[in-house]
Design a binder for this molecule. Sequence first.
Ligand code: AHR
Length: 501
Amino acid sequence: MDHTNVVLHRDFQIATVNPRVFGGFLEHIGRAVYEGVYDPQSKQADEQGFRKDVLSSLKNLEFTAMRYPGGNFASGYHWMDGVGPRSTRPVLQELASLSIEPNQFGTDEFIQLVRKMNWTPMITVNLGTGTPEEARNWVEYCNRPVGTKYSNLRAGNGSVEPYDVKLWGLGNEMDGPWQQGHVPADQYAIRAQQAAKLMKDTDPSIELIVCGSAETGLPTYMEWDRTVLEHVGNYADYVSLHRYVGNLTGDTAEYLAVTNSIDQQIEVADAVCRYAQARTRIKKRYYLAFDEWNVWYRTQNAESVNGHGKFAQHLVEEEYNLEDALVVAGFLNSFIRHADVVKIANLAQIVNVIAPILTRGDQILLQSIYYPLVLYAQRREGVALQTVVRGPGYESKNYGFVHTIDASTILGKGVLHTFLINRSISEPATIEIAPAGIRLKSIQSAELVTGPSAAACNTFDQPDTIHTQKLGNIKLTDQTATIQLPPLSVAAISFVIDDKA
Ligand code: AHR
């Protein structure tokens, strides 16, 4: 195969990569909370009931913003049910996943967890069946110093210190007919504006995410976003977008080209933000919160989200393979390439439910998608550089032309991080990087995730089929790095650079 050139220039900078782009999502669904992060009955539980093995594996992913409690769950959730003495919390019929919710894990447990994990809490309020007032009460509970009704309630529940939750979502996927309390855009916009005012009056330092389009296929796609932004105006800081993808046709090359449409989805959402700003003559810039993203298709059907009235069922436990790991890396490349507009992103989700980690009894499994996430987590500080790929590629059926190599780059202090995906199913690739204005001194680290086939995956019986390996075979001569990648692989290479070059 012809070789690929990755063209970079020190001065062609996009924006600082916001660490919040490496966020996660923990929802009350299936075994994500119970039997996932929280399982007091497990041999693996710590003194607070959190699973030590799960938390230690999650630590390596270094998530930043952690979205909670949903998802669809949020639209039927009344936060007061999840605080106070555990013995008095109600056991409820849960309608988003037709399950039983015992409320043994709520706001206080979530905050204990985010503190343990050094995550940034991001709470989605209920604008489906809840009221704007209930939403602002939650802000008071979390953020006000003691001395008022809900801040005193928090103190009574064990924390005099406020929780200082800065990121709040104004509902979840309210454009989706599946959502509890779904309404047309103009009605959601009124609810969101009312809640936003009360919430920001309660704590002006918070940042608010309005619900944007949940799916690109919905008839209200983008028209919804425009209506909502034009109405909510200055109260909105971010608009959300969601995306789940999958290999629906069994065609790996086609599936790996999906990243084109992720780039496009971001660019279209940003265009609508700018349009709404211009129309309303608002000075502030709306940014994007890509607050649900992942591969999800094998278990995306009604039965897979039906808990049949039971507690902690095995819902949407997607099993990931190598091609999924490449697509997950493709999402992250796209976020880095759009660092100027994507300021928050949350992998959906973190354990058991469409997740990099699965538990089975007291055992744990790291799925294929876990490994690229670690590669990026270790190399995310700096400024995204415009990354031009010149080289071979192919025409996909649905997404247009893609290069065989997908790439993104981050320029840090004394270091250049490059992320490369080889989409070829059968061919190794040779990639040359000769960045202008950057002197490559040496290789700090170079790692690779690959496996025997696109369908290869880790299982409880064979847990190590996909894992991270050292990447050798890099030549550094005359300012040029030459890299050899095997087919179907993701590589992350950090170069030590001369900051003065
Ligand atoms: O992440 C699973 C579900 O997908 C979430 O509850 C919902 O917001 C989305 O449709």
